[in-house]
Write a protein that binds this ligand. Structure first.
Ligand SMILES: NC(=O)C1=CN([C@@H]2O[C@H](COP(=O)(O)OP(=O)(O)OC[C@H]3O[C@@H](n4cnc5c(N)ncnc54)[C@H](OP(=O)(O)O)[C@@H]3O)[C@@H](O)[C@H]2O)C=CC1
Ligand SMILES: O=C1O[C@H](COP(=O)(O)O)[C@@H](O)[C@H](O)[C@H]1O
Length: 486
């Protein structure tokens, strides 16, 4: 049975020792996870599968956890279970059935008491029957941000963990957290009036990826695929750069934190964000792929960028003069996310032979996690010539028996443990919007135009020109493909 075997208990024990390292309280007892927006895309593709994987590994135990889906759509418990089952392909039938039995569905609106009273009754009945005297309540808002204020108000009014029991109430909110600095601050104030900062978990799933650190390239080989209506309201900067890529940038550029405690790490992230200089228009390239406007939900005159390459410059002792190129796009030639640290040429290079490229340290976040170093070595043989080679740590080869957890899996577990290290703090969010808001307002006002690029290409040629102009040198004549990708 899932959740009761010895591997599950050994995981529970390493989980407990990690919690001890971070000085988090060790907790057991009744846990309810409520997924609001349970009928939606994120819930079925990411949230419920992540919960299943936590269950399968013993982090969520039958008899202790209770999962409730909530949305307006009229569904039965089995109706919701059927939708979820379709996204748990390849999993053991026995485990899946056991997991699905933990799930109930409650239907109701997002702004009236009736549905939330029903939801509270469902949770309270389970807590009474569980008999542990505890009440841990986790609310996952897999919903459009427009309904966060009303949903949070309803949770605060009807569904909080009762003070008569030990436990807590925590709320996970998805991105986008606002459209610019003012709207994000307004949303933060609305939520801040209802919950303490330590109850709010602003999720950015890039922070849950195994190899998250710096970045220079981020590419996707698909377009907006049916999400054109949503995407056109936001664009690539709000969808990916202001959140996912900026978070990764912070982890690379920040100074060493005082300790691994969440507050110490987030203090350093805020410092580096506050050291970023205003973005210069001439260090931005925007693109829109040909065919984007064929989507009927996208206006014919849309200037929304589906591609952007933006140079950030950090005004501090360590990074003065170093360009950080944040690049993301839809409908490109490949789907990958990488951090690429390129080393400068040595001054007074004594080797006359033409180099293929500079030394680079690459961290591939996906697909096929890897870290590798591209470096110039002497070409084996009698002549004194150089060539490019590599030191490779491809995870698929080095860690063949290890299953790398999904980002959402890790982040939900962090929330249950009360570890906010990988979540965005309010002042961090503000500093992030401060960097991008002037640029976004200029784009919204039509002052910066997106140039067109071919789907399946590297994006606009102007982006490569910009990288070169700020000092990045592409490797010529030799491209190494890690064996796990070949
Ligand atoms: N999908 C993805 O891959 C990702 C999504 N996100 C974020 O996660 C959240 C949820 O995304 P996703 O699941 O794609 O969204 P959906 O559009 O699928 O919405 C989720 C559910 O919310 C309800 N809903 C939709 N529109 C409205 C509305 N205008 N007013 C009230 N309720 C509404 C619907 O449930 P019902 O009608 O049954 O109540 C719907 O099933 C968003 O904040 C999104 O930005 C973040 C990263 C990736
Ligand atoms: O939040 C989002 O992220 C995905 C990319 O996530 P990944 O884990 O698949 O790299 C992006 O496609 C989507 O547009 C955006 O909303």
């Amino acid at each position: 049975m899932a959740g009761t075997d010895s591997s599950a208990s050994s995981r529970q024990s390493s989980f407990n020792s990690l919690a001890k390292d971070l000085e988090l309280p060790l907790e057991q007892g009744c846990l309810t996870i409520v997924v609001l927006g349970a009928s939606g895309d994120l819930a079925k593709k990411k949230t419920f599968p992540a919960l299943y994987h936590l269950f399968e590994q013993g982090f969520l135990q039958s008899g202790e956890v209770h999962i409730v889906g909530y949305a307006r759509t009229n569904l039965s418990d089995d109706g919701l279970r059927g939708r979820i089952r379709a996204y748990l392909k390849g999993a053991s039938e026995e485990h899946v059935s056991e997991f699905l039995q933990l799930i109930k569905y409650v239907s109701g609106s997002y702004d009236s008491g009736e549905g939330f009273e029903k939801l509270n009754k469902e949770i309270s009945d389970y807590e009474m029957s569980n008999n542990s005297g505890s009440s841990r309540r986790l609310f996952y808002l897999a919903l459009p941000p427009s309904v966060y204020p009303s949903v949070c108000k309803m949770i605060r009014t009807y569904c909080m963990s009762p003070t008569s029991r030990t436990g807590w109430t925590r709320v996970i909110v998805e991105k986008p957290f606002g459209r610019d600095l003012d709207s994000a601050e307004e949303l933060s104030s609305q939520l801040g009036e209802l919950f303490q900062e330590d109850q709010l978990y602003r999720i950015d799933h890039y922070l849950g990826k195994e190899l998250v650190q710096n970045l220079i390239v981020f590419r996707e080989d698909f377009g907006t695929d049916g999400r054109g209506g949503y995407f056109d309201q936001y664009g690539i900067i709000r969808d990916i750069i202001q959140n996912h890529l900026l978070q990764v940038f912070c982890l690379v550029a920040m100074e060493k934190p005082v300790s691994l405690k969440p507050e110490h790490i987030r203090d350093e992230k805020v410092k580096v964000l506050q050291s970023v200089n205003p973005i210069k228009d001439e260090e931005v390239v925007l693109g829109q792929y040909q065919g984007y406007k064929d989507d009927p939900t996208v206006p014919d005159d849309s200037n929304t960028p589906t591609f952007a390459s933006i140079v950030l410059r950090v005004h501090n002792e360590r990074w003065e003069g170093v360009p950080f190129i944040l690049k993301a796009g839809k409908a490109l030639n490949s789907r990958k996310a990488e951090i690429r640290v390129q080393f400068k040429d040595v001054p007074g290079d004594i080797f006359k032979c033409k180099k293929q490229g500079r030394n680079e340290f690459v961290i591939r976040l996906q697909p096929s996690e890897a870290m590798y170093m591209k470096l110039t070595v002497k070409k084996p043989g009698l002549e004194m010539a150089t060539e490019q080679s590599e030191l490779d740590l491809s995870y698929g080869m080095r860690y063949q028996d290890v299953k790398i957890p999904e980002a959402y899996e890790r982040l939900i577990l962090d929330t249950i443990r009360g570890d906010q290290q990988h979540f965005v703090r309010r002042d961090e969010l503000k500093a992030a919007w401060q960097i991008f808001t002037p640029l976004l307002h200029n784009i919204d006002a039509g002052k910066l135009k997106a140039v067109s690029y071919k789907p399946g290409s590297r994006g606009p040629k102007e982006a490569d020109e910009l990288s070169e102009k700020v000092g990045y040198m592409q490797t010529h004549g030799y491209i190494w493909i890690p064996p796990t990708l070949a």
